[in-house]
Write a protein that binds this ligand. Structure first.
Ligand SMILES: Nc1ncnc2c1ncn2[C@@H]1O[C@H](COP(=O)(O)OP(=O)(O)OP(=O)(O)O)[C@@H](O)[C@H]1O
Ligand SMILES: [Mg+2]
Length: 219
């Protein structure tokens, strides 16, 4: 008998990868998922990889790097150093181009804004504490933006650790926090207003341009 993780890996090799069509057109925009075999479901896409789940394995996800996008070995090393901490996922298997990770049952802060789900301050405090832990393990919080952090049951989680070996300074989380305290908490939290994706993506592009013009580091 195969253990569940090994059974999932077989399923990835035999069903997911052969039927999957992923493309990264631009390293600054999310990977495009053209085709996903039934019954797999795409849970999200970042600029380097897309993440899938199979209904028979609800506690794991499979992160598949798009062709030509590096970083899988670095992500494995980060998970090795983070060991087992409740604010992060864990890496069970690495077999390029995919990783099997623990599923985090949360909603990204980006999706919370879009869906009008309230983000309480505790979520921000939890992520701050998680990032202190990251530093204590000799790693560097990097690229911590709204799609890379989640809330689940009112607590904060960090869903993407892939760039935490990158020692270059990164202001992303400082800027998210500033926007949280100055804009979100006084204006949006009390009203519970959903924010359209077009506006969120406009802010994302504007932020990227602002950081480039002011010389800030971005992945
Ligand atoms: N362990 C997980 N459990 C549940 N959902 C996840 C998990 N890991 C990733 N996701 C979802 O998939 C999305 C993309 O994953 P991830 O951020 O790791 O990709 P990436 O390409 O490394 O991102 P980036 O562009 O920030 O480098 C996340 O925003 C999140 O919605
Ligand atoms: Mg990401």
């Amino acid at each position: 008998m195969l253990d569940p993780i090994q059974a999932l890996v077989q399923c990835v090799r035999q069903e997911l990868l052969p039927g999957l069509h992923l493309e990264s057109l631009d390293p600054h925009h999310p990977v495009v998922v053209h085709r996903v075999p039934v019954p797999w479901r795409c849970l999200g896409a970042g600029n380097y990889a897309a993440v899938f789940m199979h209904p028979d394995y609800p506690e794991q996800v499979v992160k598949v790097y798009a062709p030509g996008r590096p970083g899988i070995e670095a992500e494995v090393e980060v998970y090795r150093r983070l060991a087992n901490h409740p604010a992060f996922s864990q890496c069970y298997v690495s077999e390029a181009p995919f990783l099997v990770l623990k599923r985090l049952h949360g909603v990204t802060l980006y999706d919370c804004l879009h869906r009008g789900i309230a983000i309480p301050p505790q979520v921000i405090y939890d992520i701050d504490a998680a990032l202190d832990y990251v530093r204590s393990r000799g790693l560097f919080p990097h690229d911590v933006h709204g799609r890379n952090v989640m809330q689940a049951k009112g607590r904060g989680l960090v869903v993407d650790v892939s760039d935490f070996l990158n020692a270059q300074p990164c202001r992303a989380w400082q800027d998210v926090k500033r926007a949280y305290w100055w804009i979100y908490r006084p204006l949006f939290l009390p009203l519970g207003l959903p924010i359209p994706y077009a506006l969120l993506d406009g802010v994302r592009s504007g932020y990227r341009l602002f950081r480039r013009l002011t010389g800030g580091g971005l992945r």
